[in-house]
Design a binder for this molecule. Structure first.
Ligand code: FAD
Length: 580
C-alpha cells in the first residue's frame, strides 16, 4: 500500500499543539512558507521515491557478498536522489553546507522518511549522529575535513559503541587504540550491530568508535572517542587507500532488512582522537538526546504507516452486521471494536508526534536562546522529555503496528498485505539507542531529580494551565480525566524522588515512564482539541481527545499504584523461584 505523507497533521502538531513562535524568533530565515514548502517536498520524496522501495527492501534486504555489503535493490539510486535534493543536512550548520533549519522541522521530515522506509532513514540518521559528535567535539581541522562531506551526504557516518560483552553497559568496552607515533592511533577490536556499518551508497564511511587508550582507567572513565574512515582521507580531503577495517558480516534480523547491521572488525585501523582522552562517553552523551529523539519519532513513523495500512483495509474488508451500517455485510470499520482500535491508533500517533516535536522545539530553544532563563527551562524540558519520547513513542510504535496486524485478521499474520512488515520493523526501536528499560532508569534516576524535581514541577504547572482552559462542555471530561492523571503523576513523582537510588525506584521506573508518557500524550491531545475549536476538524479532534482520555488517562491512577508497588516481591522472585 502506498504511503500518504501526513503533512497536514505534522503542520498542525508543529503550529497548533507545540507552537512554533519560539523558533520563528530564533531562526530569522524560517517562516510558515518555508515550513510548508519543506514538508510538502519531503512528503513527495518519501511517498514517491522511498516508499516504493520499502517492500523490496524487506523481501530482498541488504546482502553481504565477497566481504562487502551490497545495498538492497534501488537503495543506491534513492540515496543519490536524497543527497542531491539536499535532504541530508537540513538542520546542520550552514558553515559546513547544512541548511540550518530548526531541529523540529528536520524531525518532522525524518518522520515521513522513516514512515516511508525505516531502513533507508537509518543511514542519514547515523550520519547526523556523526555530524553532531564532530560539531560538538571535533577540532577545527576535523570539522573542515569531514563535516562538509558528511553534511552533503557524499560520505555517511556510523556509531561504533556495542561489543559482544558491552551493550547497555558500555563500561565493558574493550576495543583498543594504540598511539602510532604519527599523532594518530591504531584501533583493534570487534564491534557488533553497527547500523549501515558498510554499504555501497556513499563514497566513504566515517566511523566514530569508542575504544580504550593504553593504561586507560577501568570502566566508563577510560573510554575515548575516535574517528576511523573506511577509506583514508588526505589533508586535502581526497579519498585514498582502504583503512584496516572491514565488515565481518551482516545480521539476519526480524525486521529492517534493508538496513545493514554489521559486525565491524578493526584490524589496526588508523584513527584520530575526537575530544579529550578518556572523555569518549561524555562526548557520545552530548549527541545522545538527539539520537534518542530520532528513534522516538521512528516509533511514531512506523505507527503512522501501520495505521494508514489498517485504515484502508478496514474500509474494504466486510464481515458481519454492524449497528452503524445498513449493509447486510458491513465494512469492518463500522464494527465498534475495530473503529475503537483504529481511533486509538490515531490518537496515540498524534500524542507521540506532538511529544517528539515538543522535545525538538525545546532542544532548539535550549541550543539557541539568548535568554538564560528561557534556555534553562527549555533544557530541562528537553532532558525530561527525551527518554519519554524515545521509550513511550517506540512502545506506541510496536503497539500500533500490532493493532494494525489485528485489524487485518489472518491477512495481517501472512506477509502478503505488508502489515506484518511494519510490526517486524517496529520491534527494534524499543531496543536500540538505549533499551526502553534503560530510558526508564534515566528518567527516574537522573531526569526526575534535575533541579530537585523542577522539570516535573514545571511540566505539571503547564499541564494544569491547559486543564483550566478545558471548560467547554465537549472537553470537560478531558479536563477532569487529565486532572486526575496529573494528580497521579504528582503523587508518583514525589514517591520516586524519595526512593531515588533504591531498588524500589528501579523496579517502578518503567511504569513511571508509562504514566508520564500517557499523561503528557493526553495533554497534547487536549491542546490539539483546544486549538481546533471553531475549525472544521474541531469535532474530530475533540472526539479523539475524549477517546484517549476515556481509554488511556483513566488508567493513570492504576499505573501510579504499579510505580509505587516497591521491589520486595521482585526481590523474593529470585531466579531460583522463577525457574522452579
Ligand atoms: C538492528 C540493531 C541496530 C543497532 N545499531 C547499533 C549501532 O549503530 N551502533 C551501536 O553501537 N550499537 C547498535 N546496536 C546495539 C544496541 O544499541 C544494543 O543492542 C542495545 O543497547 C542493548 O544492548 P544488548 O543488545 O547488549 O542488550 P543487553 O544490554 O544485554 O540487555 C538485555 C536486556 O537487559 C536489560 N538491561 C540491561 N542492563 C540493565 C540495567 N542496568 N537495568 C535494567 N535493565 C537492564 C535491557 O533493557 C534488555 O532488556 C544495534 C542493535 C540492533 C539489534
Amino acid at each position: 500500500m502506498s504511503f500518504r505523507p501526513p503533512v497536514r497533521d505534522l503542520a498542525f502538531a508543529l503550529n497548533d499543539v507545540v507552537g512554533l513562535e519560539p523558533l520563528i524568533a530564533l531562526f530569522p530565515e524560517f517562516d510558515q512558507e518555508t515550513l510548508m514548502a519543506v514538508l510538502e517536498a519531503a512528503g513527495e520524496l518519501a511517498a514517491g521515491v522511498l516508499g516504493p522501495l520499502n517492500r523490496i527492501g524487506d523481501q530482498v534486504g541488504a546482502k553481504f557478498e565477497n566481504g562487502q555489503v551490497i545495498s538492497a535493490p534501488g537503495f543506491k539510486a534513492a540515496y543519490q536522489e536524497f543527497v542531491d535534493g539536499g535532504w541530508n543536512g537540513l538542520s546542520a550548520d550552514p558553515e559546513f553546507g547544512g541548511q540550518g533549519l530548526p531541529r523540529a522541522v528536520a524531525l518532522a521530515v525524518f518522520e515521513m522518511i522513516s514512515a516511508a522506509n525505516m531502513s533507508f532513514g537509518l543511514a542519514p540518521m547515523l550520519t547526523l549522529g556523526a555530524i553532531e559528535a564532530l560539531t560538538a567535539h571535533g577540532t577545527d581541522r576535523q570539522k573542515a575535513l569531514y563535516l562538509p562531506h558528511l553534511t552533503n551526504g557524499a560520505w555517511s557516518g556510523t556509531m561504533n559503541l556495542t561489543e559482544p560483552q558491552a551493550g547497555s553497559d558500555l563500561a565493558l568496552v574493550r576495543a583498543k587504540a594504540e598511539p602510532d607515533g604519527e599523532g594518530t592511533y591504531r584501533i583493534t577490536g570487534q564491534k557488533i550491530y553497527i547500523t549501515w556499518g558498510d554499504h555501497d551508497c556513499a563514497e566513504n564511511i566515517i566511523h566514530l568508535v569508542l575504544a580504550r587508550l593504553p593504561d586507560a582507567p577501568e570502566g566508563v572513565k577510560g573510554i575515548s572517542l575516535f574517528l576511523a574512515p573506511k577509506k583514508l582521507v588526505s589533508e586535502a580531503g581526497e579519498i585514498g587507500e582502504a583503512n584496516a577495517l572491514r565488515p565481518g558480516g551482516i545480521e539476519h534480523k526480524l525486521g529492517i532488512h534493508a538496513s545493514p547491521t554489521c559486525t565491524m572488525l578493526f584490524e589496526g585501523a588508523k584513527a584520530e582522537l575526537v575530544g579529550a582522552p578518556n572523555q569518549g562517553l561524555a562526548c557520545m552523551f552530548t549527541m545522545m538526546n538527539s539520537a534518542r529523539l530520532n528513534v522516538g519519532i521512528q516509533g511514531v513513523a512506523i505507527a503512522e504507516r501501520a495505521y494508514q495500512h489498517a485504515l484502508a483495509y478496514a474500509q474494504e474488508r466486510r464481515q458481519g452486521r454492524s449497528p452503524w451500517s445498513t449493509d447486510a455485510v458491513a465494512p469492518i470499520i463500522d464494527q465498534p471494536d475495530v473503529r475503537r482500535t483504529l481511533a486509538l491508533m490515531k490518537a496515540k500517533i498524534e500524542a507521540g508526534r506532538a511529544i517528539c516535536l515538543a522535545t525538538a522545539v525545546a532542544a532548539d530553544v535550549a541550543h539557541l536562546s539568548a535568554d538564560p532563563e528561557v534556555k534553562a527551562r527549555a533544557r530541562l524540558r528537553e532532558e525530561l522529555f527525551t527518554p519519554i519520547a524515545k521509550a513511550w513513542c517506540t512502545d506506541v510504535g510496536v503497539e500500533v503496528a500490532s493493532a494494525g496486524v489485528q485489524v487485518h485478521g489472518g491477512m495481517g499474520f501472512v506477509e502478503e498485505t505488508g502489515a506484518a512488515q511494519h510490526y517486524r520493523d517496529a520491534r527494534i526501536a524499543p531496543i536500540y539507542e538505549g533499551t526502553n528499560g534503560i530510558q526508564a532508569i534515566d528518567l527516574a534516576g537522573r531526569k526526575l531529580g534535575l533541579g530537585g524535581g523542577e522539570a516535573v514541577r514545571q511540566l505539571v504547572a503547564d499541564m494544569k494551565a491547559t486543564v483550566a482552559a478545558l471548560t467547554a462542555p465537549e472537553v470537560q471530561t478531558v479536563g477532569a480525566r487529565l486532572a486526575s492523571a496529573i494528580d497521579a503523576v504528582e503523587h508518583a513523582s514525589a514517591w520516586m524522588l524519595e526512593q531515588k537510588g533504591t531498588p524500589n525506584a528501579l523496579a517502578g521506573a518503567t511504569a513511571y515512564l508509562k504514566l508520564l508518557g500517557d499523561t503528557v500524550g493526553g495533554w497534547m491531545l487536549a491542546k490539539g482539541a483546544l486549538a481546533a475549536v471553531d475549525r472544521p476538524d474541531a469535532a474530530a479532534r475533540g472526539a479523539l481527545a475524549r477517546l484517549y482520555a476515556d481509554q488511556v488517562l483513566t488508567g493513570a491512577a492504576g499505573l501510579a499504584g504499579g510505580v509505587m508497588a516497591g521491589s520486595a516481591d521482585l526481590e523474593a522472585l529470585t531466579a531460583g523461584v522463577l525457574a522452579a
